[in-house]
Ligand binder design. Structure first.
Ligand code: UGA
Length: 479
């Protein structure tokens, strides 16, 4: 199949590369000439596992790059739209990039094409796409429009694409259904997974990817509703964490207990400093506006957003409670990205928290395995320094803050960490450690939805004042 993918951002680039991996001839298009030059040279502008290997496996063979929509439409049977749909001032998705691409596609169509919307868009976008194509001169019999939402996550984008929980295809006609089914056939018949060169997957994966065929509007709704539901799961567990914290329960035990009900599931029940990234914050807002346009007030989503914002301020309170005053204090911060395994800092809770700490007069020494260059572009102050490893970041600090769930932050050499800090206080926004493990290693350990853990050897005056207003548990110190 000849495929054009218009837009080489996260979703577009991963989709283009993976379509080539499935055996299709792909032209990946972006208006950014520098990005296309980089990709043509084999360089990948985003940090994503397996992407560099796959770009280089297929570049110049089944995968080419271009800045021309006209060329891409001309050479393809299927045209995927994967341009950005940023949040507008009113909270709804700004679809102007989608519209502009649709106008360009309309003037380039000569023979029959299926135009597939893959960006995250509000319900009824396919309808508007169809109208725009017609308004701009495309003949009604020269195209059909379909929706094929993408569910990949940053950090695991390639394996999410190739080993999906399900594929969703929204079609209103047989031609689109048949074309999309054949594009994904190597996944739905399992033949891709039997190839020796297939990208490996660790864990459970379907032997044949399940495919769900719906009408276009339902497919569009599935995407927004999925992201809103996942965000709701996170806000729900964070709300429960706040109760657990007050009564001295342990949210990790609560979450495991809730999640083992197969109707609920354990995933996305990790309490922390709230969700961030380029998707959930924008999509929950946009879905709420979609509801408004349907004369429905989706109050549940308003609460999801509120709990998420509150989670940041509650964490900041923890820092203030643990350190008393912040002016002049030195904080070692582990994590800048909005989650682990990515260099993406968009809507990162870590950055929001750091900005407040800096405003309140603290000095920050931050470390992140890959997100430092991007953070440097936005955190412009002379009170933030960047370290080359977690221990240098923590060196001489009044407290260590864990803000991103990188695996390596869960595997620190605690003895080494203890030896470099000024005061042994860890405030963990991602619950990466067991409280008693940290107390045994000599740290006062604050986390989310769990009692503060205090090494037995430490005694604070007025500790009943609740080690700073949270329930606290003492643990014997070893070593
Ligand atoms: C999310 C969805 O998971 C994807 O299915 C979807 O395709 C994508 O948005 C999109 O619409 O493009 P992503 O934003 O890459 O993917 O990241 P997630 O892994 O979903 O994490 C989002 C945020 O939630 C992160 O800040 C993460 O730290 C936080 N999170 C996640 C929690 O706080 N707790 C959890 O249990 C899980």
């Amino acid at each position: 199949m000849r495929i054009a993918v218009i837009g080489s951002g996260y979703v577009g680039l991963v989709a283009a590369v993976c379509f080539a991996e499935l055996g299709h001839d792909v032209l990946s298009v972006d208006s950014d000439h520098d990005k296309i030059a980089l990709l043509r040279g084999g360089q990948v502008p985003i940090h994503e596992r397996f992407l560099p290997e796959l770009v280089n496996r297929h570049r110049g063979k089944r995968l080419c790059f271009s800045t021309s929509v006209t060329e891409a439409v001309d050479q393809s049977d299927a045209v995927f739209i994967t341009v950005g749909t940023p949040q507008s001032e009113t909270g709804e998705a700004d679809l102007s990039f989608v519209e502009a691409v649709a106008q360009e596609i309309a003037s380039a169509i000569s023979d029959f094409k299926v135009i597939i919307e893959k960006s995250t868009v509000p319900v009824r976008t396919c309808e508007s796409l169809r109208k725009t194509l017609l308004l701009n001169g495309a003949r009604p019999d020269s195209f059909s429009v379909a929706s094929n939402p993408e569910f990949l996550r940053e950090g695991t984008a390639v394996t999410d694409f190739l080993y999906p929980d399900r594929l969703v295809i929204g079609v209103d006609d047989a031609a689109s259904a048949s074309l999309l089914s054949s594009i994904y056939r190597p996944l739905t018949d399992g033949s891709y997974y039997r190839q020796e060169s297939a990208i490996p997957f660790v864990g459970y994966a379907h032997a044949q990817a399940p495919i769900i065929v719906t009408d276009t509007k339902s497919a569009e709704l599935i995407k927004h509703a999925s992201n809103a539901f996942l965000a709701m799961k996170i806000s729900f567990i964070n709300a429960v964490a706040n109760i657990a914290e007050f009564v001295g329960a342990d949210i990790e035990q609560v979450s495991a207990g809730i999640g083992s009900d197969s109707r609920i599931g354990t995933k996305f029940l990790n309490a922390g400093i709230g969700y961030g990234g380029s998707c959930f914050p924008k999509d929950v807002q946009a879905f709420r506006v979609v509801a408004e346009h349907c004369n429905y007030e989706f109050g549940l989503l308003t609460e999801v957003i509120r709990v998420n914002a509150e989670q940041r301020s509650r964490f900041l309170k923890k820092v203030r409670n643990a350190l008393w005053t912040l002016r002049g204090k030195r904080l070692g911060v582990l994590g800048l990205a909005f989650k682990g395994d990515t260099d993406d800092i968009r809507e990162s809770p870590a950055l929001e928290i750091i900005s407040v700490l800096l405003k309140e007069g603290a000095y920050v020494c931050a470390y992140d395995p890959v997100a430092i260059p991007k953070a440097k572009e936005v955190l412009d102050t002379n009170r933030i320094f960047y370290a080359t490893d977690p221990y240098t970041a923590a060196s001489g600090c009044d407290a260590v803050l864990i803000l991103t769930e990188w695996k390596q932050f869960a595997q620190l050499d605690l003895e080494k960490l203890r030896s470099v800090v000024k005061h042994p206080i860890v405030i963990d926004g991602r619950n990466l450690y067991r409280p008693q493990e940290m107390a045994r290693a000599g740290f006062v350990y604050h986390s989310i939805g769990r009692p503060v853990a205090i090494p037995e050897c430490m005694s604070f005056d007025g500790e009943s004042d609740s080690m700073h207003r949270e329930s606290a548990i003492r643990f014997a110190t070893t070593g």
